[in-house]
Design a protein around this ligand. Structure first.
Ligand SMILES: C[S@@+](CC[C@H](N)C(=O)[O-])C[C@H]1O[C@@H](n2cnc3c(N)ncnc32)[C@H](O)[C@@H]1O
Length: 278
C-alpha cells in the first residue's frame, strides 16, 4: 500500500469528518488555530475565487466564516467521505466541492486569485508537477498560500526541541510503517528546498515569503500521546506495532514532564506565500 492510499483510507473512515481531534493541530501562542492564521493570509488581498487543495471537510470555510459570502470557493479532496461531510455543511451556490486527486487534476489557466493548501502538499508524490499546474491556474496578481510543518526549525526553542525528542521515535517504526513514497517530504524539508521547487514551478524567488509560527500543545503526557496517535504518521504504522509505538511515545512524553506534570510541545509551522506578478 502507498502512503497516499493509507491517507485516503484514514480520511474515508466514518469517524474522520467533523471530529475536531482528528487533525489536532494545537493552538498558536496567540490562541488562534493554524487554519485561522492560514485563512487570514489567503484572504488578505480580497480574492474573488479560491481553490482549496486537500480541503478535507472544509475547515477553511469554518475559519473564513462570513468573509466567504462574496467569494467563489472550490474545494478538492481525494476522500469522498470528507467531501460528503463538507457538502452537507456548505450547500451554497458560491461553494463547490470536487472528489479528486490534486496530482491528476487540471485546474485550468488563470482561474483562481488564491490557491490554498493547509497541511497537504507535503503529502504529494510529485509536488513539483502539481505546483507547476497550480502556478498556471493562478491569475496574474494572485497567490499560492501553503501551510506545512517546518520540521527544519525543530531546534528553534525548548518546545520544538521537546517535540523533536518525542517525535524522533517515529523513526523507530519506519520499517514497520507504510513507506512515504514520492518526493513530497523531501521537497518540503527546508526553506531552500521549498524556494527551489516553487521557482522551478514558475514563481520568482523575490515573490516568495515565509512566516513561521509554532503550534503549542501544553498538556499531560497522555494528551501528547493523543496528539501523536491522531497523526497520519502514526496511522501509517502497522497495526501490530501500534501498541508498542504508543507505549514508546507515552514513555518519551513522561520523560518531558515539568514540575507541574505538563509537557510543552511545539510543532513548528511555515506559512508560505508565493505571488504571481501582474
Ligand atoms: C492533514 S489533512 C488536511 C485537511 C485540511 N486542509 C485541513 O487543514 O484540515 C490532508 C487532506 O489532504 C487530502 N489529500 C492528500 N493528498 C491528496 C491528493 N493527492 N489529492 C487530493 N486530496 C489529498 C486528504 O484526503 C486529507 O483530507
Amino acid at each position: 500500500m502507498s502512503w497516499k492510499i493509507a491517507m485516503k483510507n484514514l480520511c474515508d473512515t466514518d469517524i474522520a469528518p467533523r471530529v475536531p481531534a482528528f487533525f489536532p493541530y494545537g493552538m498558536e501562542s496567540d490562541g488562534r488555530s493554524s487554519t485561522e492564521r492560514h485563512v487570514d493570509y489567503c484572504l488578505a488581498a480580497h480574492p474573488k475565487k479560491v481553490l482549496d487543495l486537500g480541503c478535507g471537510d472544509a475547515i477553511w470555510l469554518d475559519s473564513a466564516g462570513e468573509r466567504v459570502a462574496n467569494i467563489e470557493y472550490v474545494g478538492i479532496d481525494m476522500s469522498k467521505r470528507q467531501i460528503e461531510s463538507a457538502s452537507r455543511h456548505y450547500n451554497k451556490e458560491n461553494i463547490k466541492f470536487i472528489v479528486g486527486d490534486i496530482e491528476e487534476t487540471d485546474f485550468g489557466v488563470d482561474e483562481f486569485d488564491v490557491v490554498s493548501s493547509h497541511l497537504v502538499l507535503n503529502f504529494l508524490e510529485n509536488p513539483l508537477k502539481s505546483i507547476t499546474n497550480i502556478h498556471r491556474a493562478i491569475r496574474p496578481g494572485g497567490a499560492l498560500h501553503i501551510a506545512i510543518p517546518a520540521f527544519w526549525r525543530k531546534d528553534s526553542n525548548p518546545g520544538t526541541r521537546c517535540m523533536s525528542r518525542i517525535s524522533s521515535h517515529f523513526a523507530d517504526f519506519e520499517g514497520k510503517a507504510v513507506p512515504h513514497t514520492g518526493s513530497g517530504r523531501s521537497s518540503f524539508r527546508s526553506e531552500i528546498s521549498i524556494r527551489d521547487m516553487l521557482t522551478q514551478a514558475g514563481f520568482q524567488d523575490d515573490n516568495i515569503q515565509f512566516n513561521f509560527e509554532d503550534l503549542v500543545i501544553k498538556g499531560r503526557p497522555v494528551d501528547i500521546l493523543s496528539h501523536l496517535t491522531n497523526l497520519m504518521a502514526f496511522a501509517a504504522i502497522d497495526d501490530s506495532d501500534k501498541p508498542r509505538a504508543a507505549a514508546v511515545f507515552l514513555e518519551a512524553a513522561i520523560k518531558e514532564k515539568d514540575t507541574d506534570g505538563n509537557v510543552i510541545f511545539h510543532r513548528p509551522m511555515a506559512f508560505v506565500a508565493a505571488k504571481k506578478p501582474i
